[in-house]
Design a protein around this ligand. Structure first.
Ligand code: ADP
Ligand code: MG
Length: 344
């Protein structure tokens, strides 16, 4: 008898693992890295590797058109892909964009979406080189594939971190999650009483922008290069700090200790989180969609970064793979779990 396994009993990570194992090792000598990192890595000779990554955004799952401006959505669809190239320490080059559209959409609406895509192409200096257009019966789907390039000796994988490395994160975390919660709350208020005006003031604009129009940290890739630093490992924060730290630790076979008081959180995020009754640390650990970079450097290399305003050391790696810990100021340690991992 055939057995039936429910998708949600497995979760996304285990499912990808199963798919990956079924295909075994890549057969082409040019395929340096396949499934398992932020981008696949291809060697066509010469001093650089080529990178390729793809991400899909679905209406109703990843965005809600009730409060998502199409122009921002177009920008975000490109930025989240470019972020995966940045996570390999690479420079983005080209994108393809595929869209599935329902007849709910006007030509003007599609143009607005593409205005955002164009703005991102200009911001990240990538060329739109193709895609696919089809109709959809269930909502808008945007799938973007991005290519990039990185010098072979500067590539940053997830599985090459070492014990004693300093764990660093760029920018601040938790804002995008708080922005989403705020938008959801206002939507519910509006649905309950359409005459009510949304209560989002200027003060909270930061978290909304982080949710609706995130940036990829390509700037950090250039700055690391200028400082002469190659991280030992790097990943972008799409699913929350907890999940990404666990990816680095699991794949590098290390443990970690990070200090909650060091996790960079913006004042506006604190304000909104408090108002929403969410712990700011939980928003940073499990919220996701920040698209900052989480990376590790050798302790002696960290010296070169320590005065950088937008890079924060949050802890260090250990040689105890089973223990990935969050330390509080009071000296308590809790095991970090990946609540940010997506389930079906
Ligand atoms: P990210 O969060 O960086 O976009 P994902 O968690 O989406 O990464 O994917 C992790 C890895 O699994 C990547 O190497 C990605 O290419 C691969 N992957 C995801 N889904 C599939 C799939 N359906 N088939 C093959 N590989 C996949
Ligand atoms: Mg990624």
């Amino acid at each position: 008898m055939n057995t039936r396994t429910e998708l949600d009993s497995l979760g996304e990570i285990a499912l990808i693992d199963r798919i990956s194992r079924a295909f075994g090792q890549p057969s082409q000598p040019e395929t340096i890295r396949g499934i398992g990192d932020d981008a696949a890595v291809i060697d066509t000779g010469g001093p650089d590797y080529w990178l390729i990554s793809t991400d899909m955004l679905l209406e109703g799952v990843h965005f809600d058109l009730a409060y998502t401006p199409l122009k921002h959505l177009g920008f975000k669809a490109v930025a989240v892909n470019v972020s995966d190239i940045a996570a390999m320490n690479g420079t983005p080059l080209q994108i393809t964009v595929s869209v599935a559209l329902s007849n709910r959409f006007s030509v003007e609406a599609v143009e607005e979406l593409y205005e955002g895509i164009k703005a991102a192409c200009e911001a990240y200096q990538v060329d739109l080189i193709g895609g696919d257009t089809t109709s959809s019966r269930s909502g808008l789907v945007i799938s973007v594939t991005v290519t990039g390039r990185v010098a072979k000796d500067k590539i940053t994988y997830r599985n090459t971190a070492q014990p004693n490395d300093v764990v660093c994160v760029t920018g601040d975390l938790g804002a995008a999650f708080c922005g989403l919660q705020l938008l959801e709350r206002e939507k519910q208020v509006f649905l309950a009483d359409p005459t009510m005006q949304p209560e989002i003031n200027e003060e909270k604009a930061y978290v909304l922008e982080r949710q609706l129009r995130p940036s990829a940290r390509t700037d950090i890739v250039y700055e690391l290069q200028d400082l002469g630093v190659v991280p030992t490992a790097m990943i972008d924060v799409s699913d929350g700090l907890a999940s990404e730290l666990l990816h680095i630790c699991t794949q590098s076979k290390t443990g970690a200790v990070i200090f909650d008081e060091n996790i960079p959180i913006d004042d506006v995020t604190y304000l909104v989180a408090t108002e929403l009754n969410v712990s700011p640390i939980t928003a940073a650990l499990n919220g996701g969609e920040d698209y900052e970079l989480l990376f590790t450097v050798r302790p002696q290399e960290f010296e070169k970064l320590k005065n950088h305003a937008r890079i924060t050391p949050i802890g260090y790696l250990t040689d105890k793979p089973e223990s990935v810990l969050l330390a509080t100021k009071a000296g308590q340690y809790t095991q970090i779990k990946a609540q940010g991992w997506k389930h079906f």
